[in-house]
Design a protein around this ligand. Structure first.
Ligand code: PGA
Length: 266
């Protein structure tokens, strides 16, 4: 069976309530619904509840950008993933901006992955090397450490609920593009590590996305990389024309893939 592709828009700390609502309206006019694509929007936490009332749930699913891993308690200013139940279906975990600006460690990331699963929300675990690590030839090691660190509390029954986003830090918001070869190599490492930790079935079922300066002109380069199941998009997700265009490209790729499979069987 073919896996659905995921196209995720991470709005980061942009758009106020009013602007978010207008932007969602624009998106809903432009983004077509396709059965083979899940389109997921990750707006600011404070807009989630009201957008969840506005959104057409057949067209878009919602994701949190962040949350705290405890379910409730004296944690001033935090929002727990259990408070987000019924509002989001997915949650980003360990985005490089969380790790680098807010000091999240693999230990926090692992607690958050477990909290999301416990609350029936699919974690999107973000991993990726920074430019120094890349230049020192440590990219594979960093990816493996972050993956093992993030998945340490996940059981083999739950692993298929996790989505992995490979996002090289040097390509996030920089306009610097990873090559298809870079992405292919990293995705291969991620799948082989999942195979070692959780077995062959998990390795083929888990969805692995690419993120980092994806836009309408380069999206098909990444969608074409073997075993890449979708995209995590920051800047370009705030442009309805580009974002809807990327969804169409993902759908087109799925159609091509279906045709290829049918031809192979004939
Ligand atoms: P970018 O962000 O597309 O703006 O590089 C990607 C991300 O942070 O997930």
């Amino acid at each position: 069976m073919m896996k659905k592709k995921l196209v995720i828009g991470n709005w980061k700390m942009n758009l106020n309530m009013h602007e978010s609502s207008i932007f969602l309206h624009n998106l809903s006019e432009k983004v077509k619904v396709h059965r083979d694509i899940d389109v997921i929007l990750a707006p600011s936490t404070f807009t989630l509840q009201s957008l969840s009332l506005q959104v057409n749930h057949h067209q878009f699913k919602l994701a949190a950008q962040n949350f705290y891993w405890r379910d409730q308690g004296a944690f001033t200013g935090e929002v727990s993933v259990s408070q987000l139940r019924g509002i989001v279906q997915y949650a980003l975990v360990g985005h490089s901006e969380r790790r680098n600006i807010f000091g999240e460690t693999d230990k926090d990331v692992r607690a958050k992955v477990a909290a999301a699963i416990r609350n029936n929300i699919r974690p999107i675990l973000c991993i990726g090397e920074n430019s120094d690590e890349r230049n020192y030839g440590e990219a594979n090691l960093v990816i493996s450490d972050q993956l093992i660190g993030g998945l340490a509390n996940v059981s083999s029954e739950d692993i298929e609920k996790v989505v992995i986003a490979y996002e090289p830090v040097w390509a996030i918001g920089t306009g610097e593009h990873a090559s298809a070869e870079d992405v292919k190599r990293s995705v291969r490492i991620i799948r082989s590590l999942i195979r070692t930790l959780f077995g062959q079935e998990a390795a083929s079922d888990v969805r692995i996305l690419y993120g980092g300066s994806v836009n309408l002109s380069n999206a098909d380069v990444y969608l074409n990389v073997d075993n890449v199941d979708g995209l995590l998009i920051g800047g370009a997700s705030l442009d309805a024309y580009q974002f809807s265009g990327i969804v169409e490209k993902a759908h087109f790729m799925q159609l091509e893939e279906t045709k290829r499979r049918i031809d192979e069987r004939l």
